[in-house]
Ligand binder design. Sequence first.
Ligand SMILES: NC(=O)C1=CN([C@@H]2O[C@H](COP(=O)(O)OP(=O)(O)OC[C@H]3O[C@@H](n4cnc5c(N)ncnc54)[C@H](O)[C@@H]3O)[C@@H](O)[C@H]2O)[C@@H](O)CC1
Ligand SMILES: Nc1ncnc2c1ncn2[C@@H]1O[C@H](COP(=O)(O)OP(=O)(O)O)[C@@H](O)[C@H]1O
Ligand SMILES: [K+]
Length: 534
Amino acid sequence: MSELLLTAAQMRAIEQAAIDAGEITGLQLMERAGQGAVAAIEAMWPELERAPGRAMILCGPGNNGGDGFVVARVLTGKGWDVDAFLYGDAGKLPPDARTNYERWCKIGQVRTLPTDGLPFKDGTSLIIDALFGTGLTRPLGALGKTLRDVCDAADGGRGLPREDRTPFFPYVVALDIPSGICADSGKILRAAGADAAKGSRASCVAADLVTTFHRPKAGHYLADGPRHCGTLCIIGIGLTQTGAWRDHIRLIDLPVGLSKRSKGHKYDHGHALILTGGMGRTGAARLSARAALRVGAGLVTCAAPGSAMMECATQLTSIMLRRCDDGEALAGLLEDERINALCLGPGMGVSDRTSDLMDVALASKRRVVLDADALTVLAGRDDPFAGLHDGCVLTPHGGEFARLFPDISDRLNAPATKGPAYSKVDATRDAAARAGCTVLFKGPDTVIADASGGACINTAVYDRAVPWLATAGSGDVLAGIITGMLARGSCPINATSSAAWLHVEAARTFGPGLIAEDLPETLPQVLQALLQND
Ligand SMILES: NC(=O)C1=CN([C@@H]2O[C@H](COP(=O)(O)OP(=O)(O)OC[C@H]3O[C@@H](n4cnc5c(N)ncnc54)[C@H](O)[C@@H]3O)[C@@H](O)[C@H]2O)[C@@H](O)CC1
Ligand SMILES: Nc1ncnc2c1ncn2[C@@H]1O[C@H](COP(=O)(O)OP(=O)(O)O)[C@@H](O)[C@H]1O
Ligand SMILES: [K+]
């Protein structure tokens, strides 16, 4: 199950299709966007509804600015004092924005937005950022000082975390997306050569609330997007279509393929084989194995070299153990055709043994998760992707991704100077196409893509933020959950996206203080909650 995320181009196409079909006009869409934004503001801060104050509305040269003029009119109707500013030339506003500009001009003044700072009036309790939305194509360098004032006003220039602010400082509400953030990539657009660290607060708006329209955009969940959005609120504006693009991006909001067949034998739920490293290095693989078993693989076996057999034997109970020194031994184990999913990498070491085992695992055409050291071994090969097939899953973090796909990583990490910018979704799709298999690119914005172009984001931001998941061994658990899901019969993209969701959900359920061992032990609680809601 999942929610669709849109790119700017997809949103424009949906809007245009609805207008062309005569279902709605652009003006109606804009009116609903502005009205919806005000309703969201009142729902978020009821004190503003009870005691209207002074609002600054910063309108830009496109339809985002048009939304801003609707908000100006609606707030005035509710008793607010509104100071409206326009960045750009009123004569060049697109038609619907122009209409709303003219409607506003019958009510109040419009001043040119200064670029050297905001002229605050006492008692301003709300700033509306309607400068740029999905149409942002260039950096906002020219607005630098004014943008900095918006950010500073929001927290009194003290850089306070949002929750520590006093009510004295105005709330900042961005319409659609904070201006300066690319709606497709979530990256802040910056002029070439701009200092990223120094420039960040002057290159885009940081908002307390973002009201986006129809569907969230990918940029609300990727890169710099989430930490500039505060709370994200999605407003229906009467569009019903979602489009039929093959390149849709999904936001994972529930796992699939979790119910067990009631009459099934344990072998009907798959047999996962987890390769371990040598003595003193088996903990990572044992974490993976425990996670594979907890997520419902019927059987899980650890395959360890002779040196590590005793260590594993003293630690494993429900997980079986086999000796596996080299590729030949693995080939022997794989004569058991019931073994249907393998995991290589966690704690294995960057070694010839890992390389041999990987060759045998890939040649078996079983479903294979390659994580950690296996990815490093792969990256060291002349042709890293030669033996991969569509049953494989690669699970790199940023460093591993850069070693495996250096050119793609460079492109992703290059400063974003124009929009739409190359995104983590683009990068993961390109990596999956090159590798010919499923790729999970880790982070708070984990992106999963397969070779056919399907892509989804597993988010760990907003109300799913789990910074405590960045703990040693948590990636090993994720590899194990994926392997368990593959053993149970899920296809690679479903296994990987469901596993990523369960991984974050287990971390949310456990809470701060989590260590990697807690993740598999929390999975039953997560699974039970899912079954109850079924
Ligand atoms: N697509 C839809 O269905 C709807 C869109 N609406 C609003 O319309 C917005 C999109 O409108 P637009 O496509 O007009 O785009 P924007 O309002 O984001 O602005 C784009 C305009 O600014 C220019 N521009 C881009 N970057 C610039 C920069 N750095 N400096 C100066 N000018 C720059 C562009 O050339 C273009 O003229 C959405 O974000 C949303 O707020 C809403 O009215 C509701 C419906
Ligand atoms: N800030 C964060 N919020 C949520 N999840 C995170 C964050 N940082 C990392 N993660 C997740 O934690 C896991 C870490 O995996 P990895 O980097 O392989 O670590 P390890 O090798 O220690 O297991 C990944 O699933 C990643 O997506
Ligand atoms: K905006």
